[in-house]
Ligand binder design. Structure first.
Ligand code: 7TS
Length: 420
């Protein structure tokens, strides 16, 4: 069978879900941008929101907007119940052992900073070492650099090979009894590499180091079971999993969270305050100072319902098929270089086009109604590895279609024509 007929066959494979119905659940997808139907391929930056998420947020503000954990009035009780139900949905979604292990934060960035400052700053000293990787988003680099400055601990990184895969033999060499924290992304936002985090976690635990997984790019594509992984911390953002911005999750093992001091002080994280001292609240409230993003949490709960309904197995399978299809078509474009060719990969097509700056590609694609991201993707060390300033990145979600990829490929071809 030749390549073309292979592609057609993929296009016609039955899906585990009704794509047309799903697309109808996302009102934003149905609009004209620059005279063309929107093709949204910037899902790694942020994902779009289904109607049930929009409805849940609106219902909260229309019907029971109220502060939580304090009022005895009905609206406050309803808001508290909905907020805590969202926590339970997250707990089940990642299979945490208890609700106490699920902390609402602003996003993956805040979750990582919380661990660096509350766990790291109080337990590391100048003899200790932190291991991150060359693949990380800046959100999983800078907090550790700050911690290293504050404590004197040494920051080391696992290098990648030219496919964009972590070199596990090098990781093995970095680990020692001085390693206290290993912080690794589950999936690379710049390249789509799925890291072997189970292996990484097991290896760190042999040295009793704690492991934080940055799951910002993972939870919308593959299922996560924090107990099976045995990670110590897991961070992700609501907006990348079809929920609202400004809300995210820090999962932490209860034994660790219990020992950690609060990250911020304020209302709701206390049991008792005198002018001299404060008794902190129990988990998870100890880490949720101030009025939280109530509508955000409720919206995130609705997003999780939505993802569960489709099923992450179905999502993964379909997205892998979309990526294969895009890869096959893109590989026929002369001058296109794939950046990131890991064996284990998902949902991201990062590339350069000979002689054309990624920003120009982004602009031409935008004229065709196509949204991609161009730049360093907040992963400058990855760009440095490949000795390039930037890539063009198309990132897929389950609501994208083969036809949209056809439009993308045609537009990339157009870029070549414009510039040659
Ligand atoms: N970690 C990874 C792996 C990410 O991809 C991102 C955001 C973050 C952390 C930070 O998430 P936040 O929600 O706290 O901002 N990544 C991207 C991106 O690839 N394009 O825009 C944001």
């Amino acid at each position: 069978m030749n390549k073309k007929s292979n592609i057609v066959q993929q296009k016609n494979q039955p899906l585990g879900f009704d794509l047309k119905k799903i697309r109808n659940d996302f009102p934003i997808l149905h609009q004209i941008i620059n005279g063309k139907p929107l093709v949204y391929l910037d899902n790694a930056a942020t994902s779009q929101k289904p109607k049930n998420v929009l409805d849940a947020i609106e219902k909260y503000y229309r019907e029971y907007n109220s502060n939580i954990h304090r009022g005895v009035h009905t609206l406050s009780e309803n808001a508290t119940e909905a907020y805590e139900l969202a926590r339970l949905k997250v707990k089940n979604f990642i299979n945490a052992q208890s609700n106490k292990e699920v902390i609402f934060v602003r996003g993956a960035t805040e979750a990582i900073n919380l661990v660096a400052q509350s766990f790291g700053r109080n337990s590391l000293n100048e003899n200790d070492e932190i291991i991150i990787t060359e693949l990380e988003h800046h959100a999983n680099i800078v907090p550790w650099q700050l911690l290293s400055e504050q404590t004197g601990a040494t920051l080391k990184f696992i290098p990648i090979n030219d496919n964009g895969e972590l070199i596990i033999e090098e990781y093995k060499k970095l680990l020692s009894k001085n390693t206290k924290i290993v912080a690794v992304g589950h999936i690379s936002n710049a390249l789509g590499t799925i890291n072997p985090i189970k292996t990484i976690i097991n290896m760190a635990h042999e040295y009793e180091a704690k492991v934080l997984i940055d799951g910002a790019q993972a939870t919308s594509h593959i299922s996560v079971d924090v107990q099976k992984l045995d990670c110590d911390f897991y961070a992700f953002s609501g907006h990348k999993i079809f929920g609202p911005t400004g809300v995210g999750i820090l999962y932490g093992k209860e034994v660790l969270l219990e020992k950690m001091p609060p990250y911020q002080g304020g209302g709701d994280m206390i049991k008792m305050v005198t002018m001299m001292e404060t008794q902190y609240n129990d988990l998870p409230y100890k880490f949720e100072a101030g009025t939280p993003n109530i509508s955000g949490a409720i919206g995130l709960g609705a997003a999780i319902d939505y993802v569960n309904e489709i099923g992450l197995e179905n999502i993964s399978q379909y997205e892998n098929e979309l990526l294969n299809y895009a890869n096959q078509l893109a590989s026929e474009i002369t001058g296109l270089k794939f950046i990131g060719t890991a064996k284990q990969k998902t949902s991201i097509l990062s590339f350069t086009l000979k002689g054309i700056h990624p920003h120009d590609i982004g602009t031409i694609l935008n004229n065709e109604g196509i949204a991609i991201r161009t730049g360093h993707h907040c992963a400058m060390p990855v760009m440095e590895h490949f000795k390039i300033p930037a890539t063009s990145r198309a990132s897929f979600a389950f609501y994208n279609t083969h036809e949209e990829i056809d439009v993308l490929i045609k537009a990339i071809d157009k870029c070549k024509k414009v510039f040659n």
